[in-house]
Ligand binder design. Structure first.
Ligand SMILES: Nc1ncnc2c1ncn2[C@@H]1O[C@H](COP(=O)(O)OP(=O)(O)OP(=O)(O)O)[C@@H](O)[C@H]1O
Length: 242
């Protein structure tokens, strides 16, 4: 599904991402974790064709992702950490816009819209302008918009920030079921218990470089620690357990 090959991004003299290599398969729920400023958003923006790499490449479905690859972009969704929705639209208009951009059939659109709005308790908010939504409501509408066309790969940057506990739990369960159907989820999070709970694969990035990658069990072989938090802190020069 995803192949990242010696990916680099330099901002002036600063290397935000250095020689990053990894692969993500079908049906994986991949957690990409690292301290603030370690290069997660930069990487995800290159993977989704929003930012040109300085060198290296990202392949999705065996094809190189670039800024102009619209056909590849039709098969993915990306929810950034602060979704930038069109404030002058109401929820209905926003979702209609998404449906037409992805050329969804009306019946599939209506069916999935009902399901997702119920999942996030958003049914009552669709007539309201997005600029009047709370942060959590915007986050939930962005998630509905990202999921409605059932992308083959779903990229989520900090998806649970701002969500209430019920929506948080519903999202977790939804993502677990989503990957069981063969789809792929790639998420960044600072919520290590979330990664521990739902990820099939975890990559720790530190200062733009891959520090560790594997299942939780595999990571436990690489570092002393019982929890992902112990391992993370040890591998990222934090308050390690050693
Ligand atoms: N447009 C930019 N111009 C210059 N430097 C940038 C730019 N975007 C990011 N950086 C730098 O690149 C590095 C990686 O930033 P990035 O946003 O990818 O980190 P992150 O891991 O997503 O952080 P956080 O967890 O805080 O969201 C940081 O040092 C940041 O200051």
């Amino acid at each position: 599904m995803i192949k990242v090959n010696r990916l680099n991004k330099n901002y002036s003299a600063h290397n935000a991402v250095t020689d990053l290599d990894f692969e993500v398969g079908d049906g994986e729920l991949f957690a990409f974790i690292g301290p603030n400023g370690s290069g997660k958003s930069t990487t995800i923006r290159m993977m989704t064709g929003l930012l040109e790499p300085s060198s290296g490449s990202v392949e999705l479905f065996g094809e190189e992702m670039r800024l102009d690859k619209m056909a590849l972009k039709q098969r993915i969704s990306y929810v950034p950490d602060t979704p930038d929705l069109i404030g002058r639209l109401n929820g209905h208009e926003y979702l209609n816009f998404i449906a037409s951009a992805y050329r969804m059939e009306q019946s599939a659109f209506m069916e999935r819209k009902q399901e997702l709005l119920a999942l996030f308790d958003l049914e009552g908010a669709l007539g309201t302008l997005i600029e009047e939504y709370s942060h959590g409501m915007k986050q939930k509408l962005a998630l509905v918009g990202a999921l409605i066309h059932q992308p083959d790969i779903l990229f989520l940057d900090e998806p649970t920030v701002g969500l209430d506990p019920k929506s948080n739990r519903n999202l977790k369960q939804y993502l677990i079921e989503y990957v069981k159907s063969g789809k792929t989820v790639f998420l960044t999070t600072h919520n290590l218990s979330l990664a521990e709970e739902i990820a099939t694969d975890i990559l720790i990035i530190y200062d733009g470089k891959k520090r560790a990658h594997g299942s939780l069990e595999a990571l436990k072989q690489e570092a002393v620690g019982v929890t992902l938090e112990d391992i993370f802190l040890e591998l990222t020069d934090g308050e390690g357990v050693r």
